[in-house]
Design a protein around this ligand. Structure first.
Ligand code: LLP
Length: 415
């Protein structure tokens, strides 16, 4: 189960990636079904079997084939938009398996979710509470709400994906959360039933999670002292993965998952506990397969230009993220290169100053850890079509699970 070299050629679960490139073209995202299943199994064993509810944050990768696969392991969905809501429904998730998060929700989104009786809303501000109260009243329903608390904890990650610091736009101060929980009477159509936190993403150390658990223990204790009762605590997502060596599996890249589960149960076990992981379930299951268009040198700098681009994987440009680069043919002689796409932006780079094998025109390159926040953040800038997604199913078969966007599909939007 893996992406690995067999006879010096990179394979995914026994399938030579050159065959995949020839069949489906490049650039393309390739996923290993076996890795996805393994990841879901680890989360199930670590959290669901200990009584947690796990909602997959589908923003990480919203391909319906992947959502359906996770559903079989008992995972629900964390959604943040009308599109994600409709995708969840399309895949057959029940309302009780869905929670709706996000820093702002439209009237249409609230109405759709209320009509579908979703499990709960995670609410982040007064204006949203007031709107939900109004829409739930019109619908004649009582909406279950978890208030998103901003605990001002540093997740020790990239600033663009830190969400639990008090200067971030996310969540509410503890004072506001306390106020709403102790004054529910102005919201007769809302059942305040818990607290939600999500402090950041790609967190590689357990300490921020321990701090969060300890914080919530104190906070809930003081709320109980004021007579406030509720059932749920959601610790969010954010579990990081090893981008340096994506060929490792989840149980080695995230060894602290179990300790977080244990500590949460020890300190917060009176509540129904939830988590909303995204990346950890999908990141290492995918690669971006690209073909080399050519090499060039400018000002003493060597560039490899590939047919994939930031439109397929924006993470290096957006967060200075590291993604491992592999050659399809195993080769240990290396040089320093920048790997760039054809998009007309200097930021269109997949790797910079990277010691990697030499590549010639026509060679295949693999960019690792492209299962999370790659296809789901894809764009059509420069009129580039969205790239296809291919599942390798573990028995030597490949399946197209999203087509390459066609020009006709792109042009059909224009009037
Ligand atoms: N819950 C909430 C409320 C979130 O906002 C997120 C991610 C998650 C759960 C899942 O977090 P995860 O387990 O995947 O870290 N595009 C960025 C990541 C943005 C994360 C946004 N929120 C990246 O590529 O690193």
């Amino acid at each position: 189960m893996a992406f690995n070299y067999i006879n010096q050629r990179l394979h995914c679960d026994g399938v030579d990636l050159q065959d995949v490139a020839e069949k489906y073209g490049t650039p393309a995202y390739i996923y290993s079904e076996q890795i996805l299943r393994h990841n879901a199994e680890v989360l199930k064993k670590t959290f669901i079997d200990r009584g947690f509810k796990v909602s997959y944050a589908m923003k990480a990768n919203s391909n319906p084939t992947i959502l359906n696969l996770f559903r079989n392991y008992g995972l629900g969905l964390d959604i943040v938009s009308e599109g994600e809501f409709k995708m969840a429904k399309y895949c057959g998730f029940e309302g009780s398996e869905i929670n709706f998060a996000g820093v702002g929700k439209t009237v249409e989104e609230l109405d759709l979710a209320l009509a579908f009786d979703i499990d709960h809303f995670n609410v982040e501000s007064r204006f949203e509470l007031e709107l939900l109260e109004k829409r739930a009243g019109i619908a004649g329903k009582k909406a279950v709400v978890l208030l998103r608390l901003n605990p001002d904890i540093d997740p020790l990650t990239h600033p663009h994906i830190s969400t639990g610091l008090k200067q971030n736009k996310f969540g509410m101060s503890p004072e506001k959360v306390r106020y709403f929980l102790t004054h529910p009477e102005s919201f007769p159509h809302i059942q305040f039933d818990g607290i939600h936190c999500h402090i950041g993403s790609q967190i590689l150390q357990p300490q921020p999670f321990y701090d969060l658990i300890d914080y919530l223990q104190k906070f809930t204790k003081s709320l109980r002292g004021e007579g406030v009762k509720f059932n749920n605590l959601d610790l969010g997502g954010g579990f990081g993965v090893n981008y340096e060596d994506p060929l490792e599996d989840i149980s080695t890249t995230t060894p602290f998952l179990e300790s977080i589960a244990e500590r949460a149960i020890e300190k917060l076990g009176d509540y129904q506990l939830h988590i909303q992981p995204g990346r950890v379930l999908v990141a290492n299951s995918g690669v971006l397969l690209a073909r080399v268009l050519g090499n060039k040198e400018n000002g003493g700098h060597r560039f490899i230009i590939i047919d994939g681009a930031t439109t397929d994987l924006i993470r290096p440009a957006m967060y200075d993220a590291y993604h491992a680069i592999y050659s399809h043919i195993e080769d240990h002689t290396t040089k320093i290169y920048d790997v760039v796409g054809p998009v007309c932006e200097s930021s269109d780079a997949l790797a910079r100053n990277r010691n990697i094998p030499e590549f010639d025109t026509g060679d295949l390159m693999l960019i690792g850890s492209a299962g999370a926040y790659a296809s789901s953040m894809g764009s059509t800038y420069n009129m580039r079509p969205l790239s296809p997604e291919i599942m390798v199913d573990g028995s030597g078969e490949t399946r197209l699970i999203r087509k390459r966007q066609s020009f006709d599909e792109m042009i059909s939007l224009y009037t």
